[in-house]
Ligand binder design. Structure first.
Ligand SMILES: NC(=O)c1ccc[n+]([C@@H]2O[C@H](COP(=O)([O-])OP(=O)(O)OC[C@H]3O[C@@H](n4cnc5c(N)ncnc54)[C@H](O)[C@@H]3O)[C@@H](O)[C@H]2O)c1
Length: 324
């Protein structure tokens, strides 16, 4: 059985759905600070609690026959991590250490970790492969980078087996429309555009139009949520079959500028989106694009959504019929 922390959140819930379809048994731990009970499929046990609670973690490992942890639980607002770093170091690093130590006590040593391209900081070359230097520029990225360092040490000292997946920008929703993205506050570009298309927001802000990119706006790599789910499944299969611990970057290897994303979404939503051009935001690199060849080669990962229009279509279907 797999323990999925943060399984009621955006990416975690899509992984849970995918894992069930692969015949896995899962139990979800989520404190529902950002997650949604409705995102956890019927029949899956949802334990509502905090991963920083040592007694709860012991109870979960005692009562369930867990052989692996897929760890999504974290706070993920970069801006907030700058104004309240304590919250990020405590939840993303210290509480994760609590999960790892509970695993150690209960002799569970397979761990798949939601890492991020934010562990790299400002790119020195693009596309970014796994060997790109890591120098995170905000507490969010650091809190994840610290966990990566802890994993290396736990692997060395205690025989922990892990795969750390560094996602670029997660996007889209379950193509069957059962679950999707629902963050509050929402900070991700595609749902913000779609909510603007629905009249729920007046306009979409573009932060910086004078970057050294073809249209002056920032370029990002958008990866579909099911392709991320697939990578977690493959990562766990790798660990279960005795594969080495590893780090993988996950993206489509294709960058889209903010203006390009707006224009693709306009096509998908069938309406014009009001745009407000704003000054640059501190800490936004001009271009973040993954090199994902290692994941393809070593995990056999094959992203199915390589086209932004298809990804945006799943997000639009969700936005127009969402349940939570
Ligand atoms: N969304 C992205 O583009 C992106 C990119 C890179 C990495 N990530 C990472 O992926 C993971 C999932 O991101 P998401 O977008 O699904 O976020 P999310 O907020 O939707 O999901 C995180 C879940 O973890 C839960 N949680 C947080 N702290 C907890 C705790 N102490 N105990 C129990 N549950 C807790 C929240 O309630 C939430 O349901 C995070 O670790 C994030 O850092 C996300």
């Amino acid at each position: 059985m797999i323990l999925v922390t943060g399984g009621a959140g955006y990416i975690g819930s899509h992984y849970v759905q995918y894992a069930l379809e692969q015949g896995e048994q899962v139990v979800v731990l989520d404190n529902l600070v950002f997650g949604h009970r409705e995102a956890v499929p019927e029949g899956v046990e949802l334990i509502t609690g905090d991963m920083g609670d040592t007694d709860l973690m012991n109870k979960i490992f005692t009562e369930h026959n867990i052989d692996a942890v897929v760890h999504f639980a974290a706070y993920a607002y970069v801006g907030e991590s700058v104004t309240d770093p304590c919250k990020y170091y405590n939840n993303n690093t210290v509480a994760t250490l609590n999960v790892l130590d509970a695993m150690r006590r209960h002799k569970v040593n397979r761990f798949v970790f939601s890492s991020t391209c934010a562990t790299f900081g400002n790119p020195v070359r693009v596309p970014m492969d796994e060997e790109h230097p890591q120098s995170p520029i905000n507490p969010y990225g650091q809190s994840k980078y610290f966990v990566e360092q802890i994993l290396r040490a736990y692997h060395h000292a205690y025989g922990f087996q892990f795969v750390s997946l560094r996602y670029f920008n997660a996007a889209g929703a379950d193509p069957k429309g059962r679950i999707g993205e629902s963050h509050d506050p929402e900070t991700h570009l595609i749902p913000l555009i779609m909510q603007t298309a629905q009249g729920k927001r007046q306009h979409i802000g573009i932060f910086g139009t004078d970057y050294d990119t073809p249209d002056g706006t920032c370029i990002r790599d958008y990866i579909h949520i099911l392709d991320l789910a697939q990578a977690h499944d493959l990562a766990l299969k790798r660990l279960r079959s005795g594969g080495e611990s590893a780090f993988y970057n996950l993206g489509t290897e294709q960058g889209y500028s903010v203006r390009e994303v707006v224009s693709v979404c306009e096509k998908v939503c069938g309406r014009k989106i009001a745009v407000q051009e704003l000054p640059r935001r501190a800490g936004d690199p001009p271009r973040l694009v993954a090199s994902a060849s290692r994941a393809k080669k070593e995990l056999g990962w094959q992203p199915r959504f390589e086209n932004l229009e298809e990804i945006a279509q799943t997000a639009w279907n969700w936005e127009t019929s969402r349940r939570y």
